[in-house]
Design a protein around this ligand. Structure first.
Ligand code: GLC
Length: 533
């Protein structure tokens, strides 16, 4: 392991169920992921993030875990998992997976034991109430499906607490046994070779009356313990926080460098979409201006899309309405406080916009994550329930059954089959053979980024230009400098720098074209980006 490898890396998020089905049962599996590692390596991926692949009734796509210590039979075996670790490591790739600390499935034997026998020690693994009235200041996250964070359990005659679906009872972190069980879960997967964990829903571990039950000091204390155990027993493994919070609250999850190594940058993400729609860099500049400094050895994880709805929790109500109006014209596209669509449809399937969104992301500090399928511009299916529409089978080829995902007659979810997103239009093989494809652009972008480790660092400057629609950032390190220009508008931009640049760029990196010496004004087409070095 290279020290701090995650600080300058390309992450790739994938759903085992959706990637490649190796045994023809219609569901993706771990051997299927192994088959495709060379594809990921070729794209330039350094680290895979695997969505939960543990036994589960799959009511929340595996985030409802029924057994922390096994692999879901649909996805393979623990042996397959070890094999995946070996194969990834052979290719110098890292693998992280979800550690779901906050809750279990109601099918977990702990919860089942509590139902069968209320005197069982497992009852105290969960959070109960006789009235279902406590913690009334706590928001509901799955607003479209859950009326309350309490559900009544007839077997026990009490209410149990859940921040997500009612089928996901929250664990009781005031119980030391729960704390220890979850440390053991982490130890187990780390001992099988996992390089780290994407820790799910971490703000919600503890509950305290009179608070919003998020980001509590007790929660941070426990998370620091998780980190201490990981560092002591598995040095070099990493923790990545899913804390969908405002920058100052997320900052706390890095502690003094003794809590998380990484955290997702939730406030930045929607503002990239907002800026591109408004033709105005202000939202992106705002998010970066508000981004606090983080301790040495820590890093932001930046992203455009993931397996959930494009969350609009970290914007103002006015900004949220704007985003919904612009990006969710059909009410079916809305979900909870977000938008359940993939990148390409959000970008009107316009390749220039898709390139720009990524060229922005990759020109900013942090470690970027690519969501599977977005590197080829896959579409979504809003007729599927909840977030399933952005989790459809990966499209490998035009001319194979189920786009090369599976040989089965039926797959876990239908392959997208409506133009312009059907496999005939969007697939890996076709794009690999086309030098001007989006996939080849992404490969190029990944390569440019990896050759310039300083782009991952936190230092960034904004330059004012004559074009109000253009985001202009300067990234530099000793002896190296790049200016990234992004015309966010729908018309041509003529960009003249307000101040002397003090250096003369030689090459535009995205297209590989030389830059005229003494360049003063640059013309950018609508949604064109330029990386001048
Ligand atoms: C996280 C996951 C989401 C899941 C939820 C509950 O937010 O990203 O997919 O539904 O946690 O586990």
């Amino acid at each position: 392991m290279k020290k701090d490898w995650y600080r300058n890396a390309i992450f790739y998020e994938l759903n085992v169920r959706a990637f490649r089905d190796s045994n023809g049962d219609g569901k993706g599996d771990i051997p299927g992921v192994i088959e495709k590692l060379d594809y990921l390596k070729d794209l330039g991926v350094d680290c895979l993030w695997l969505l939960p692949m543990y036994p589960s009734p799959l009511k929340d796509d595996g985030y409802d875990i029924a057994d922390f210590m096994h692999i879901h039979p649909d996805f393979g075996t623990v042996e397959d998992f070890k094999h995946l670790m070996d194969e990834a490591h052979k290719r110098d790739m890292y693998v992280v997976a979800d550690l779901v600390l906050n809750h279990t499935s109601d099918q977990h034997y702990w919860f089942q034991a509590a139902l069968k026998d209320p005197t069982s020690p497992y009852k105290d693994y969960y959070v109960w109430s006789k009235t279902g009235k406590e913690y009334g200041d706590t928001r509901i996250i799955f607003l479209d499906t859950e009326p309350s964070n309490w559900s009544f359990c007839p077997e026990v005659g009490e209410f149990y607490w859940h921040r997500f679906y009612a089928s996901q009872p929250d664990l009781n972190y005031d119980n030391p046994a729960v704390q220890e069980e979850m440390l053991n879960t982490m130890r187990y997967w780390a001992s099988l070779g996992l390089d780290g964990f994407r820790a799910d829903a971490v703000p919600y571990l503890f509950e305290r009356e009179g608070t919003i039950c998020e980001n509590l000091p007790e929660t941070h204390q426990y998370l620091k313990k998780v980190r201490r155990v990981l560092d002591a027993e598995f040095p070099g493994r990493i923790l990545l926080a899913e804390a969908n919070q405002w920058p100052d609250d997320v900052r706390e999850y890095f502690g003094d460098g003794d809590e998380f190594n990484m955290a997702f940058h939730f406030p930045l993400m929607p503002r990239i979409f907002m800026a591109m729609k408004k033709g105005d860099p202000t939202p992106i500049r705002w998010a970066l201006d508000k981004t606090p400094a983080i301790p040495d050895g820590c890093q932001w994880c930046t992203f455009l899309r993931n397996h959930d709805e494009l969350t609009l929790e970290m914007v103002t109500p006015e900004e949220r309405d704007y985003m919904w109006q612009q990006y969710a014209p059909d009410p079916k596209m809305k979900l909870n406080l977000g938008i359940r669509r993939r990148l390409a449809p959000l970008m009107d399937n316009n390749i220039e916009k898709m390139k720009q969104a990524n060229a922005i992301l990759f020109s900013l500090p942090g470690t970027p994550i690519i969501y599977y399928g977005d590197e080829i511009g896959m579409g979504d299916n809003i007729d599927l329930f909840d977030r399933n529409g952005v989790r459809t089978p990966m499209q490998w080829a035009a001319d194979l059954p189920n786009a090369g995902f599976s040989e089965a007659s039926q797959t876990y979810a239908p392959v997208i089959n409506i133009a312009p997103y059907s496999p005939r239009h969007v697939n890996v093989a076709g794009q690999q053979n086309d030098p001007s494809s989006f996939l080849n652009f992404m490969k190029h972008l990944v390569k440019l980024r990896k050759e310039r480790p300083y782009l991952a660092e936190s230092s960034i400057q904004f330059l004012d230009t004559t074009s109000p629609a253009t985001l202009c950032v300067v990234r530099e390190a000793e002896g190296q400098r790049m200016i990234a220009l992004h015309n966010l508008g729908d018309s041509n931009a003529y960009v003249t720098f307000r101040a002397d640049l003090g250096f003369s760029p030689k090459i535009e990196l995205l297209t590989g074209t030389p830059v005229n010496p003494g360049l003063k004004t640059i013309r950018l087409a609508p949604h064109q980006s330029a990386w001048l070095e």
